[in-house]
Write a protein that binds this ligand. Structure first.
Ligand SMILES: C[S@@+](CC[C@H](N)C(=O)[O-])C[C@H]1O[C@@H](n2cnc3c(N)ncnc32)[C@H](O)[C@@H]1O
Length: 300
């Protein structure tokens, strides 16, 4: 008996963008990869794979779903999907792009994939904790790709931003991003062990997403995190090695009425045990995430 088919006779039609997204999402789900490097679900990650491979801007959104995918784009999709699944490589290290607070950034394995919930606070210009118009100097401690520093420079057009990192590789990525965004006159990338190279400088905002993963948590992280630089994650037994030093130096480097904003993730409870008398403020997030504290200069 002949097989029943409703397909038009002749050459099989190229799959569409929407169909490719469905297939990629199913493959990612079946492979049980970990999401957390720019997306938090299989469908968004599949859309990034397909849009990147086909060179379609995300601004086109679902309007691009009916477009047919030519063989070269399909081959690129297959390669990306294979490496994402077999190597458990975070997708931004394969595409060399990440999205943060409305910016597109270059990334590679010298930097952590930007994903800090601090993006939301930057986009709100740290309201209501500081008067945005008087912000002139900002410090980003442990800048990595420059994500937070560059987003701050965009959010505060009259401010100068110092972006410091101990890693020369990370600083090379940061400099590439600040040049690409045309922000080299207002963002300075500096090699520094936290405050070491910025003696005497004071800031209206000190912001940091430092390494804060404790030894035990580090051992249990999904394989994707092994591709990220250890210097961006590991922070001693309780995850507070860097945070303690950031707190200790903040008073010397905050301007009057300045604020300190630090991400501590799952080390929040260790922090509260270590500093039971400090009046940490924990902003609420609407997009997602948490584990970020804020302190005013007088409360440090
Ligand atoms: C969690 S990553 C965050 C990167 C970036 N801020 C972001 O949110 O994507 C922490 C960064 O701190 C840097 N770092 C680690 N120890 C440091 C230190 N002692 N002084 C300055 N930077 C440091 C690492 O190289 C890494 O780039």
């Amino acid at each position: 008996m002949e097989e029943l088919s409703h397909r038009p006779a002749g050459r099989r039609a190229d799959p569409t963008v929407g169909e490719a997204i469905d297939r990629c999402a199913a493959a990612l789900g079946a492979a049980r990869v970990h999401f957390g490097h720019g997306t938090d679900n299989a469908r968004d990650e599949a859309a990034e794979i397909v849009f990147f491979a086909a060179g379609i801007p995300h601004a086109r959104g679902a309007r691009a779903y009916g477009r047919a995918l030519a063989p070269p784009a399909r081959r690129r999709i297959a390669r990306l999907l294979r490496r994402r699944i077999e190597e458990r490589m975070p997708l931004p290290y394969l595409t060399h792009r990440a999205f943060f607070a409305g910016l597109e950034l270059y990334v590679d394995r010298r930097v952590l994939v930007p994903r800090s919930p601090i993006a939301e606070l930057v986009q709100q210009r740290f309201a209501p904790w500081i008067e945005p118009r008087r912000v002139r100097r900002i410090l980003d401690l442990g800048t990595g790709s420059g994500a937070i520093a560059l987003a701050c420079a965009r959010a505060f057009p009259r401010a100068h931003v110092d972006a410091v990192d101990v890693s020369t590789g990370a600083l090379a990525v940061c400099r590439r991003n600040l040049r690409a965004l045309g922000l080299q006159r207002r963002v300075e990338a500096l090699r520094s062990d936290l405050y070491a190279a910025i003696e005497g400088r004071r800031y209206d905002i000190i912001v940091s997403n430092p390494p804060y993963v404790g030894a035990r948590e580090l051992r249990g992280l999904p394989p994707e995190y092994r591709h990220e630089p250890r210097v961006g994650l590991a922070a001693g037994a309780d995850g507070l090695a860097l945070v303690r030093r950031i707190l200790a130096g903040a008073r010397t480097h905050l301007a009057e009425r300045g604020i300190l904003v630090v991400e501590v993730g799952n080390s929040e409870s260790a922090l509260l045990r270590a500093f039971p008398r400090t009046g940490f403020i924990w902003p609420a997030f609407t997009i997602g995430g948490g584990g970020v504290f804020l302190l005013r200069d007088q409360d440090i």
